[in-house]
Design a protein around this ligand. Structure first.
Ligand SMILES: Cc1ncc(COP(=O)(O)O)c(C=O)c1O
Length: 283
């Protein structure tokens, strides 16, 4: 498939925005690069078997407008390429990006809503212009698995900065969840033993890596907590473990599946031996 950037600026954080003209991803529709790519593919049909077009306009999107605009823009272009290049896209993959509820402020739409609107626009454009309706694909990520994950941290030390804030350190951080440090992603959390207990203070949850930016949550209302308490951070099922890393040579945590009160270890905790497995002794 040929990935195109349709020139759409979805309403989300800059670092998870991918469909705009100034993007490292894809061939631009607006600047003619996508057309050149199609011409190359058609001229080299013995090498390429082009299934169709692909785009992904960004992530954590809570409205359908961006998807409709992308579908509209690509279909418009397909009308031109049908006439000019005799090119038809068998498949149109409109990417992922459906928003999920990381915090109370997030109001996700049901996936059906995005899909219905996308299909409506593609069909409308195809019928109005005498094109066959392409097979429509989507490739959502976080909306499938994000809310299924919870990360458990142990609370460690506390640092009070008088008049400013209280830091609570936990035994993880950007090595198991890089999203807050990478794009200021927001999360909510509770004390696992007392999820419904009334909150008494607002704390900042600090990761253990040697970066001031390694903060998991800046303003978290919590009941009074003690070292050893377990903090449960919600909605870490996507881009958590899969983007976990060994910053500061911190071993990655285990992954446990839980269903109906039954738990099963599915990824074991990384050990220090694992961290040096690929190191080759000099002597
Ligand atoms: C090309 C592409 N498709 C799909 C996705 C899934 O996005 P999301 O998890 O926001 O649905 C991504 C995420 O980065 C992506 O880069």
């Amino acid at each position: 498939m040929i990935r195109v950037t349709p020139g759409i600026e979805a309403h989300t954080h800059d670092y998870i925005l991918t469909g705009q003209d100034d993007s490292k991803f894809g061939f631009g529709l607006t600047n003619g690069q996508a057309e050149r790519a199609i011409e190359e593919v058609l001229a080299n049909a013995h090498v390429f078997d082009c299934t169709g077009l692909h785009c992904h306009i960004g992530s954590q999107i809570f409205e359908t407008t961006g998807f409709i605009m992308a579908a509209h823009r690509i279909m418009e272009q397909l009308v031109v390429w049908h006439k000019k290049l005799n090119f038809d896209s068998k498949v149109l993959n409109l990417g992922g990006g459906f928003g999920v509820r990381y915090t109370e402020e997030d109001e996700p739409l049901e996936p059906e809503v995005y899909v219905r609107e996308i299909v409506k626009e593609v069909k409308k454009m195809a019928l109005a212009n005498g094109l066959a309706v392409p097979e429509i694909w989507i490739e959502p990520g976080r909306s499938l698995v994000g809310e299924a994950g919870t990360t458990l941290y142990k609370v460690g030390s506390r640092k009070e900065v008088p008049g400013i804030r209280s830091y609570l350190a936990v035994d993880g951080g950007m090595s198991d969840n890089i999203r807050p440090a990478l794009y200021e992603a927001h999360y909510e959390a509770v004390l696992a033993e007392a999820p419904l207990q009334e909150t008494e203070e607002t704390v900042a949850i600090a990761g253990k890596c040697c970066e001031s930016g390694d903060m998991l949550i800046w303003d978290l209302p919590l009941p009074k907590s003690n070292a050893g308490d377990v903090l449960a951070v919600f909605c870490t099922g996507a881009y958590g473990y899969s983007m976990a890393n060994n910053y500061n040579r911190i071993p990655r945590p285990p992954v446990v599946f839980v269903e109906d009160g039954v738990s099963r270890l599915v990824v074991r905790r990384e050990s220090y031996e694992d961290l040096v497995r690929n190191d080759l002794p000099l002597y």
